[in-house]
Each structure stands twice: as structure tokens, then as C-alpha cells.
Design a protein around this ligand. Structure first.
Ligand SMILES: [Zn+2]
Length: 357
């Protein structure tokens, strides 16, 4: 009859009772009965003796008129609802608390429970009748007879590569009836991972910038040209702002990625790339870096031989160092606020670290 986790029904007493077998209205601090009394009679005194007397009188009256019965001796006298007056009805009405939203299910013929106080211990709300409204979109969706089944999986940067690729193929090609049709992803999906075409995208928060937003939703609708995009706004300032001004996110400015050119490490790397570019364009046929490292046969190659790839590059740079440095710094100078970085590059180069490692 009762759910395993439901509270077991207990008989009622109006006397002080500390053994937990009975539910007692008696209080000298506060309990549910006193709280409900204060809610129902907001102008009455909460004086404990008065509350205890009230419940004693109330339960006695219920017993006299036959709503409750009384059993037990002086020590453990207790009350229960008189079974013969219980009315069971198959038509049910719903009341809802106007404050906490909790529901009370009563017999449809019951006219006295409406406008009573909420049964929740801490809530001071009042029950009122739920107006039957037309089911909304989601109620219709969840109640329809044939629902498409969702086969979902996560897609994040922490997945093992093989696992991740299998999921991508399963989602993209859908070889089986139970292939993935939903992917729950982090923003790693922005990184150009090929999962084919989407017809729906849901963001669970508003992305930081318009460019992120467009990357995240841009996957959807590529083949059909139309897609459903849902964006949830969380209750934080950023999200709420764009909830009010969605167009600012959808049509906002797209900032081109930029970097701080004076940063010496960027400059060093750029210079190395510049040298490699010059080396390969000097003789595109001979000067190329193999696509796979294995073709260099590093275990058998003589690393100090002048014809070894790295040594050929180094001797090229050494032979052309003046030209490379001048061209590179001249190219960069107009864009730099502080040309000290280029001087640093030169001294870095001349220290020979550049061509020795
Ligand atoms: Zn309530």
C-alpha cells in the first residue's frame, strides 16, 4: 500500500509524547501543528498553552461528532480518522499553493479545502483551484504516442581518440537503427570536428562572443538551409543581458583574432617560419619537409651529415642570415609600436642559439 520511502502513517495524540510511535499536537517549542495554527489564525496568540488547548478541544470535538475515534488508556490515548466516514471518489480536483506551487489532490466534491493554508511546514501560501489550461507545446510533445527515441552521447576533449572518432562516425553516418542522433558536447566542437550536418543546436548558456555563438550554431542547417536553434540563458548578468537583447549576440561584431606582436616568442617563431618559407621557395622541388617524420629514417640517418634535412635548413639560414633578418624586420617594423623586440630578435639570432639547436 505504501511506497517504501513514504512516511508510515501514525496515530495522533494531544499529549506530550516522545517515543515516536504517535504523532503529537503537543508543543512547548514549535512543531507543524503550532505552525499551521499560526498560519490559519494570524491574529491569534502563539502562546503554547493556548495552542495545545486548541488542538485538545478540536480533536475532542472531532471525536464527539464522529470524524475521529479515540482508543488506548490514559497513558497512550490516541486518535485516528473514523474509517466509516472516509469518502473515496474517482474524480479528483487539484489545488495549487499560490506561494510554493505545491499541489494538493482532493475529491472533486470537496468544497472546503480550497483557500486553506499550504500544508508545507515553512510555506505561508494558500491553496487555490488550478484553472484547466490548454496543454502547451511540451505537454503535447511528451504525451504523443509516437516519440522519436534519443540516442545521446557526450563528445568532449577528454575522450580517447578512438572512442571519439567512433562516435563521430556513428553520428555522421548513422549505420544502425540505434546510432547516435544527439551529441552533448563542450565547446571543443568548435574546433572544426566533422560530425556532418545538424538540424538542431541547443546552447545551454549564452556563448561569450558573437563569433563563439556563430561557430556553435553554424553547424546546424547546412544542407537544408534552416535549423532550430535554442539558446538557454542562465541567471547570470551576461546571459540575462543577451536574453533581453538577443540581436546583439546574433548580429554582433565579430572580432578578428589578434595577437600582441611585440611578444618575443611569437616573433621568434614567426621568424623561424619565415626562414623555412624562404628555404622551401628557394627550391620548391628539393626543399620540402616530408609529411611523415618516419620517412626521415632518423634511427639510421647521419644527423651530422651536411645533406641531412635539418643541416640543409641551417646552412641555408646561415648563408642568408643578413637578408633574412633585414627583410623580416623591415616587414614588421611599421606594425610594431616598439622596435626593441626586433633588436632583441637580432641579438637572439647572433647568440647562435637559433641555428645551433
Ligand atoms: Zn505552499
Amino acid at each position: 500500500m505504501f511506497h517504501p520511502r513514504a512516511r508510515f502513517p501514525r496515530l495522533l495524540t494531544t499529549k506530550a509524547h516522545g517515543q515516536g510511535l504517535l504523532d503529537s499536537t503537543y508543543t512547548n517549542t514549535n512543531n507543524w501543528y503550532r505552525s499551521y495554527y499560526l498560519k490559519s489564525f494570524p491574529l491569534a496568540s502563539g502562546y503554547h498553552e493556548l495552542v495545545n488547548d486548541f488542538y485538545k478541544k478540536l480533536i475532542d470535538t472531532f471525536t464527539t461528532i464522529g470524524l475521529m475515534n479515540k482508543l488506548g488508556d490514559e497513558e497512550i490515548e490516541n486518535y485516528a480518522i473514523e474509517p466509516t466516514i472516509i469518502l473515496v471518489e474517482n474524480k479528483v480536483a487539484n489545488h495549487v499553493c499560490d506561494s510554493c506551487g505545491s499541489k494538493l489532490f482532493v475529491a472533486a466534491s470537496d468544497t472546503i479545502s480550497i483557500h486553506t493554508k499550504c500544508l508545507d511546514y515553512t510555506c505561508t501560501g494558500t491553496y487555490s483551484q488550478i484553472q484547466k489550461s490548454k496543454p502547451n507545446y511540451y505537454q503535447l510533445v511528451y504525451n504523443r504516442n509516437l516519440s522519436p527515441r534519443i540516442y545521446a552521447s557526450e563528445h568532449t576533449g577528454i575522450l580517447e581518440r578512438k572512442d571519439r572518432e567512433n562516435k563521430e562516425i556513428d553520428f555522421k553516418e548513422r549505420p544502425k537503427y540505434n546510432s547516435l542522433n544527439t551529441i552533448v558536447a563542450t565547446s571543443t566542437l568548435e574546433m572544426g570536428i566533422d560530425i556532418g550536418t545538424l538540424n538542431t543546436a541547443i546552447n545551454n548558456s549564452v556563448p561569450p562572443l558573437t563569433s563563439n555563438f556563430l561557430q556553435r550554431v553554424g553547424r546546424a542547417g547546412r544542407t537544408s538551409g534552416s535549423a532550430l536553434i535554442t539558446n538557454f540563458a542562465q541567471s547570470k548578468a551576461h546571459d540575462l543581458f543577451y536574453y533581453g537583447e538577443p540581436k546583439d549576440m546574433m548580429e554582433g561584431e565579430i572580432a578578428t583574432p589578434g595577437c600582441y606582436l611585440e611578444a618575443k616568442d611569437i616573433l621568434y617563431r614567426h621568424f623561424l617560419a619565415y626562414c623555412l618559407d624562404n628555404w622551401s621557395s628557394a627550391d620548391p622541388k628539393k626543399n620540402s619537409i616530408p609529411g611523415r617524420l618516419i620517412s626521415l629514417q632518423l634511427s639510421r640517418a647521419d644527423l651530422s651529415a651536411p645533406e641531412f634535412l635539418a643541416n640543409r635548413i641551417i646552412s641555408f639560414i646561415k648563408a642568408k642570415e643578413k637578408f633574412l633578418l633585414t627583410e623580416f624586420t623591415e616587414f614588421y617594423k611599421p606594425d610594431l609600436e616598439d622596435s626593441k623586440a626586433l633588436d632583441n630578435l637580432k641579438s637572439f639570432y647572433w647568440r647562435k642559439d637559433f641555428t645551433s639547436g
